[in-house]
Design a protein around this ligand. Sequence first.
Ligand code: GLN
Length: 316
Amino acid sequence: MTDSPDWPNIMQAVHHSAKPHFGSGKVADYIPALACIDPHKFGMTVALGNGEMHCIGDTDEAFSMQSISKIFTLALALQIYGDDLWKRVGREPSGSAFNSIVQLESEKGIPRNPLINAGAIVTTNHLVQHYSENSAHPQGAVGQLLALLQDQAGDKSIAVDEAVALSESETGSRNRSLAHFMSGFGVVQGDIERTLSSYFRQCAVAISCRQLARAALFLAFDGCDPVSGKRVLSSRRCRRINAVMMMSGHYDNSGDFAYRIGLPGKSGVGGGILVVAPGYGTVATWSPGLNEAGTSMVGAIALEELVRKTGWSIFV
Ligand code: GLN
């Protein structure tokens, strides 16, 4: 990559390559509150280590964070539990859908990784147990997630969309099944509905591309925000979160995403994708139409063009 890339030009090229595909893919209508989102929306923000932000499209419109929240709850759980977290959740790719239950029976209720729904429910269960026992944190696990996002983004307006959370809870039979099944193995512990409520609310956080890219910048700089200098995670843990993202960030689409984009990333069924370019910065895209695996179709196309233009890759 050149020393001073022409960012306005790069962002225009990304928009140009994505535009013919606007509206493609299928909006996640299994969560009724998400079914009405305009599939033609598209936004992208690149946040760089020097504090520059480069934006194009619907970059300030809040969308449903959904599974991208799993990265931040994983960071919080690793801060509290350290490597003990890995006793109840694995770190192998699953090769199956985000809400699949099939591996759980033969693997004694231990989910393959913290980025599939089952694994994220286990991570949230750890956080719920920790914060409900800790009166210093009355806002609970979701309060901690919001505080992390707001502090890192420097924006207090990031909040839970309670209508989306309710909609997901009302249609959450599959996630309830996962949680109860894992509880039968002692992997999910304590109050199951409380854990599920926290999981639904974390998925329903509304965030814009600009806020998300900025909030995640510590992941591209070994756990330390390069602009504020604030350390969020140890460098070792940060690298490990990125490794898990690389292998499992897009469920059974993770191999294809690594092949096409070559950077750790996490998708959400709200149409967002967060990508980490270690040493350079972060990218957040949003476009609601999804492929079969639940990754934004237009977002992935735009990211392909971005890495083509910048040369960003962890395989350099
Ligand atoms: N909240 C969604 C669910 O549990 C998250 C899935 C996703 O974004 N892949 O079904």
